[in-house]
Design a protein around this ligand. Sequence first.
Ligand SMILES: Nc1ncnc2c1ncn2[C@@H]1O[C@H](COP(=O)(O)OP(=O)(O)OP(=O)(O)O)[C@@H](O)[C@H]1O
Ligand SMILES: [Mg+2]
Length: 249
Amino acid sequence: MSMLEVKGVTQRFGNLVAVSDVSMAVEKGELRALIGPNGAGKTTFFNLISGFFRPTEGQIFLEGRDITLMPPHARVRLGMARTFQVTEIFPELTVRQNLRSPVELALGLRLRPWISSADNARVKDRVQELLEMGRLEAHADRLTGELSHGDQRATEIMMALALEPRILLLDEPTAGMGSHETYSTAMLIRRLHRQQALTIVLVEHDMRVIFNLADRITVLAEGKVLDEGTPDEIAASEVVQMAYLGKAA
Ligand SMILES: Nc1ncnc2c1ncn2[C@@H]1O[C@H](COP(=O)(O)OP(=O)(O)OP(=O)(O)O)[C@@H](O)[C@H]1O
Ligand SMILES: [Mg+2]
């Protein structure tokens, strides 16, 4: 059974068809890249998978379960987490504070009026683990808004990981980064993918990142799947070269 299966999904905004009859299956443990020109429908597709939009047509399955009409928080409970194209952290909180809320949520402590010292220790340990995994220990007690773009993005990715997802959706994690930060963000994604046995769907524009990380690539253009295959297959694909890679070069 696939981790994620999308069947004939369409999203219309008035007359505009942002996502048009898209089908895609992502297997457990796969790292799938989603690429395509600006306006191709990548973020809209993420909003459909994560439940921020309800598709005009089609169905979405998470490990065989129909989640098409399920709200985002219910999908999080089933093991899906995402990050956004524009970073969604609380800049006025420290990195450690930002990580605390999703950890409490994952441990089922979020709605308790008080937390026992034993539970508090569990939260602290888990936050520490996430800081180390994200290589953020040195910045743990700094305000997140004061960090570099790359460290803010790492904080956001670790906040999503704190929810203990089995599938993680990352919308342009290296957007607006220089080559050094792009490289370290790509390495973080690779580490998480390997160490946590995570399924990842990644929207990305940087071709080096995509060709280094992805098991398979799906190419969207004008809301439709143009092609899908391994990095080598996509690099050699004539339709993709004509419609996308050629233009980008
Ligand atoms: N909420 C919305 N209401 C109306 N139109 C929208 C909405 N969201 C997206 N669109 C339109 O749908 C199309 C696809 O947009 P989308 O943001 O999904 O593209 P994208 O592939 O993520 O692009 P980018 O690479 O620039 O992030 C665009 O024409 C966009 O203007
Ligand atoms: Mg987008």
